[in-house]
Design a protein around this ligand. Structure first.
Ligand code: CMC
Length: 391
């Protein structure tokens, strides 16, 4: 008991001391383990960033190749998991399937449950990194009725995922380096974001000493929400709706400002960034380059650009410091790459996985106590039970 501080949505409450990711919302700065996101996006690759987040430093050549080798040795999923995915209806949203399949990994890889040492933890982390990319690919193949396949060890992590997800049977699959580079960059940008809703969920579930896989499954569920990772799908759906409705962006900007209307401009605003989202800046540039390189002309993209312009000049958005966030542009990149809308949040999950695992690992290695917030009770005072006949 004692005095309880109420902070709905934890707007000003720190939940942990962390050494993984730093972000300054006023300056629009983000770094992983001290390395600015701009440098990582330009010079690094997703596999290296996974190592960096998990282990704290960039890998040497030897460390990198043995890390990659270990991921490759787990580049498959137990055949019996196919039966599980078969049981879902084809219309199921890939994020729901992904969360269930991630939790189910526990049954097939019990070592992810019983983590007693740092070695166990590192092993479970690598098993999850390797197998989660299959699950992401399979959730998509399920929606398309495509046969479920396994990885190809001649490819790197991102290429392997891309081929697994999108290759049709008997197809000579061409790996377009422009696409792979764009994917690599976007996954790096999503790899961690300190104590966001899904990472906090992963830490919270793990704080009860639940296993890594099942904690991450909870993170997938949190990410699915349209106020969080689900925003990337919601952005494109919103742009399509505006297009169908005649393309008048001002009408939707007005709608978003109307407090009697629940509509929000998806892809705008952020809990922490009140200046700009540094990831959005990088991704916008990448999106512009990609669209130019691929020679894409898409009405939805034009609407996105108009919407951005109108909102950025509108006093409502300026006063509240509402800028386009990473999800405003990530959907545009995925769309340009030909990735279907319902897969967007799965792509975010694939990128965020090393962040979730690193947050979970830090929480366990620091022996953090079980997370258990308090509340302010404003319900009924104590009263006597009344039998049903007398109510
Ligand atoms: N459209 C219209 N008004 C908005 C929007 C928006 N997208 N975002 C915030 N506002 C208004 C809100 O109504 C409030 O106005 P007032 O002060 O008059 O009551 C003010 O701005 C502050 O908003 P808030 O909801 O208190 O801010 P929050 O920190 O609780 O929420 C947010 C942050 C990201 C959930 C919110 O901005 C939002 O719903 N954005 C749209 C969804 C979205 O794009 N989410 C992706 C976030 S980035 C990816 C990730 O890391 O998950």
């Amino acid at each position: 008991t004692g005095l309880i501080t109420l902070d709905l949505g934890f707007k000003n409450t720190g939940s942990t001391i962390s050494q993984i990711t730093y972000l300054d919302g006023d300056k629009g700065e983000l770094s992983y383990r001290g390395y600015p996101i701009e440098q990582l996006a330009e010079k690094s690759n997703f596999t290296e960033v996974m190592y960096l987040l998990l282990h704290g430093n960039l890998p040497s050549k030897e460390e990198f190749s043995s890390f990659e080798g270990r991921l490759k040795s787990d580049n498959y999923v137990n055949e019996e998991m196919k039966k599980l995915i078969d049981a879902f209806p084809r219309s199921a949203h890939p994020m729901g399937v992904l969360s269930s399949m991630t939790s189910a990994l526990t049954a097939f890889n019990p070592k992810g449950v019983d983590v007693k040492s740092k070695e166990d933890l590192d092993h479970a982390s690598e098993v999850l990194l390797a197998k989660f990319s299959h699950l992401c690919a399979w959730t998509y193949r399920k929606t398309q009725g495509l046969p479920l396949n396994h990885g190809d060890n001649s490819l790197n992590y991102v290429e392997n995922f891309y081929r697994m997800a999108f290759r049709k049977p008997n197809e000579d699959f061409e790996m377009d380096p422009v696409v792979v580079d764009a994917l690599d960059k976007i996954l790096i940008l999503h790899a961690d974001h300190e104590q966001n809703c899904s990472a906090s969920t992963v830490r919270m579930v793990g704080s009860a000493h639940a296993g890594l896989f099942t904690s991450v499954a909870a993170g997938v569920s949190a990410l699915w929400g349209p106020l969080h990772g689900g925003a990337n799908q919601a952005v494109i759906e919103m742009l399509e709706m505006i297009d169908k409705d005649g393309g008048d962006v001002s009408k939707y900007v007005e709608k978003a400002k109307n407090k009697d209307d629940n509509f929000r401009l998806m892809g705008f605003g952020h809990r922490v960034y009140k200046n700009f989202d540094p990831r959005a800046k990088i991704i916008k540039k990448a999106a512009d380059e990609l669209i130019a390189k691929l020679g894409i002309q898409d009405k939805t993209l034009e609407i996105a650009m108009q919407l951005e312009k109108v909102a950025l000049e509108d006093p409502y958005f300026v006063e509240r410091k509402l800028y386009p966030n990473v999800d405003f542009y990530s959907g545009i990149v995925y769309r340009a790459l030909g990735i279907p809308t319902e897969m967007f949040t799965v792509m975010f999950a694939l990128g965020r996985l090393p962040g979730w695992i690193s947050q979970w690992k830090e929480m366990r290695l620091n022996n953090e106590p079980i997370a258990r917030p308090r509340q302010v009770y404003q319900g009924e005072a104590v009263r006597d039970y009344v039998s049903m006949e007398s109510r």
